[in-house]
Design a protein around this ligand. Structure first.
Ligand code: FE2
Ligand code: FE2
Length: 172
């Protein structure tokens, strides 16, 4: 096994975070879908796919390095939101938490002198910058809309309708 044991453990924890994020984004997409806001719903369904892809990147990396990934159950998710802003703020906080976790993983890989893992993690460092930026801009847009969510739908359709280079085209 190339990858160090403490990195395997931290990556298995990350696999749970990414699968949980995926399920949480489905719950947020369903909230918007139920409110007849299809562009916001589509955006979050797609984010859910991306998070699943992130989880699978860790699964594949562990398998490739001779380690055994653990496929987890996910903790209780949040399904009820009082407003679009609350749902997106929840998503932003989730992204900020994942960013901290990725940074922690980088630290663990450095301390273990696990350079293969350190190299692998750089993609996630860059990805988190983009994810936090996208979600925080979406929250700003909702706050600027003065409650006119059809304006937000228009913004999402014009700016977030196309996948934005988050590993698109890679096999799951
Ligand atoms: Fe992710
Ligand atoms: Fe994310």
């Amino acid at each position: 096994m190339i990858v160090k044991q403490q990195v395997v453990e931290a990556m298995n924890a990350q696999i749970q975070s990414e699968f949980s994020a995926s399920q949480q984004y489905i719950a947020i997409a369903v909230y918007f879908d139920h409110k007849s806001l299809p562009d916001l719903a589509t955006f979050f369904y797609r984010q859910a796919e991306e998070e699943r892809m992130h989880a699978m990147k860790f699964v594949r990396f562990l398998l490739e390095t001779g380690a055994k990934p653990i496929i987890p159950s996910t903790p209780t998710l949040k399904n009820e939101f009082d407003s679009a802003a609350e749902a997106v703020e929840f998503a932003l906080n989730q992204e900020l938490k994942v960013t901290d976790q990725i940074n922690h993983l980088v630290t663990v890989s450095e301390e273990a002198k696990d350079y293969a893992s350190h190299q692998f993690l750089q993609w996630f460092v860059t990805e988190q910058v983009e994810e936090v930026d996208t979600m925080s801009t979406l929250l700003d847009t909702i706050n600027h809309s003065g409650g006119m969510l059809l304006l937000v739908e228009d913004y999402v359709r014009r700016n977030l309708a196309n996948p934005h280079g988050s590993g698109e085209g890679e096999a799951p």
